[in-house]
Design a binder for this molecule. Structure first.
Ligand SMILES: *Cc1c(COP(=O)(O)O)cnc(C)c1O
Length: 402
């Protein structure tokens, strides 16, 4: 692909876009994308500097808001999500923050799902609330609760993740996009668990997609980063404008890692999904396990919706042990292969006790409202041989069965 046709990618299929979209080749004609670790860019003369700063001519100025490696990542992710514009951010949390700071003001109201990523709930309740932004929470699958929570003229945003963490509940994006449109609110979907390889919320009517690139977009647990994708007006102008002034920017090095991560995203997501399905089906039949949450299981309450909305079921499985927190901790401590870590979406399988880690800062009431019981364990299926993962889970179960 020559540089001139890098941006004429409309007719290409997703697996091709993941490898090719957005590349800006320098005069060195490098094959792999170049990394530009520079804080600023040089102008040929004073007039050129003035024209860049005024926006009269496009081009690089300063890496807080214009860096070619970050731009390549943004264009590639925008192509994969089917959005007009994307901005990379320093973390998934700063993607959430930038979205809210750019698009909301004092007195505005958000309707959000219970059981969002714990830190997103903290950001809403402890920080945005101080700026007069109010959030009400509803059950993610209860459409009439969403309808009832909307305050006409005041609700500006509906915010959700699907599948949710750690219960893997699936929200009906198309139905909620309809509600958002009727209510003159924006539908924001955190697409961290599926990634565009499995689900494209913008196609289903969402206005904005948020990512923690830290998870599957990197896919090998190396860098922290985030992104927002959507229209040129919302993302390319408003959120970009906030980022330019406030500075929670993605570093070029991290962008380069994520850019290369996107090239293998769809292969990895299919392999993670296959492994998770094997583990979920196996867990379902084991003694001491009360419930298994995975959208790929026919017993999952939104299995049919997930099959329609997603092209596969993802790599996250959670389950409830009969013996509560004590059993969950014993199970986790007996594992030798699964890493005990808060990260997910890594080639390495990970295990978490949500009630005392990722969701530990929620009140007990909010945690139980979200269905995160003390006996719950969450795993993220990695890319190891699934037979070794099953052996490890067998070790965990042996530690809790007398
Ligand atoms: C991890 C995560 C975030 C936050 O991302 P960071 O990169 O850790 O800031 C937001 N949403 C979801 C669903 C996540 O899993």
């Amino acid at each position: 692909m020559s540089e001139s046709d890098n941006n004429t990618t409309d007719s290409l299929r997703p697996d091709t876009l993941a490898v090719r979209a957005g590349q800006e080749r320098s005069e060195q004609m490098e094959h792999s994308e170049a990394l530009y670790p520079t804080s600023s860019f040089v102008f040929r003369n004073a007039a050129e500097a003035a024209a860049r700063f005024s926006g009269e001519t496009p081009g690089n100025i300063y890496s807080r808001f214009t860096n070619p490696t970050v731009r390549m990542f943004e264009r590639r992710l925008a192509a994969l999500e089917g959005g007009e514009a994307c901005v990379g951010t320093a973390s998934g949390m700063s993607a959430v923050l930038a979205t809210c700071m750019a698009l909301l003001g004092q007195g505005d109201h958000i309707v959000a799902a219970h059981g969002l990523f714990g830190t997103t709930t903290q950001l809403f309740d402890k920080h945005l609330s101080r700026f007069g932004i109010e959030v009400d929470y509803v059950h993610v699958t209860d459409l009439s609760a969403w309808q009832n929570a909307v305050q006409p003229g005041r609700t500006r945003m509906l915010f959700l993740e699907t599948p949710t963490n750690p219960l893997t509940e699936v929200a009906d994006i198309k139905a909620l996009a309809g509600l958002a449109r009727e209510s003159d609110a924006l539908l924001v979907v955190d697409n961290c668990f599926c990634t565009p390889a499995l689900q494209r919320p913008l196609d289903l009517g969402a206005d904005l997609v948020i990512h923690s690139a830290t998870k599957y977009l990197d896919g090998q647990g190396r860098c922290v980063g985030g992104a927002v994708v959507g229209s040129q007006a919302l993302v390319g102008e408003q959120i970009f404008g906030f980022l330019r002034s406030a500075g929670p920017s993605m570093s070029p090095f991290n962008a380069w890692v994520f850019l290369k991560g996107l090239e293998t995203l769809s292969l990895r997501m299919r392999a993670h999904s296959r492994a998770a399905m094997t583990l979920a089906e196996w867990l379902l039949g084991q003694p001491g396990i009360e419930r298994v949450h995975f959208p790929g299981l026919e017993s999952h309450p939104q299995h049919a919706l997930a099959a329609r909305q997603q092209s596969d079921f993802g790599g996250i499985v959670s389950f409830e042990l009969a013996g509560g927190q004590a059993a969950a901790w014993r199970f986790i401590d007996a594992l030798e292969l699964f890493s005990i870590t808060a990260n997910l979406g890594d080639t390495k399988s990970t295990v978490t006790h949500p009630a005392t880690t990722t969701h530990g800062r929620l009140s007990e009431e909010a945690r139980l409202e979200a269905g995160i019981v003390p006996g719950m364990v969450r795993i993220s299926a990695g890319l190891e041989d699934v037979r070794d993962l099953l052996d490890d889970l067998t070790r965990g179960l042996a530690a809790i069965t007398p």
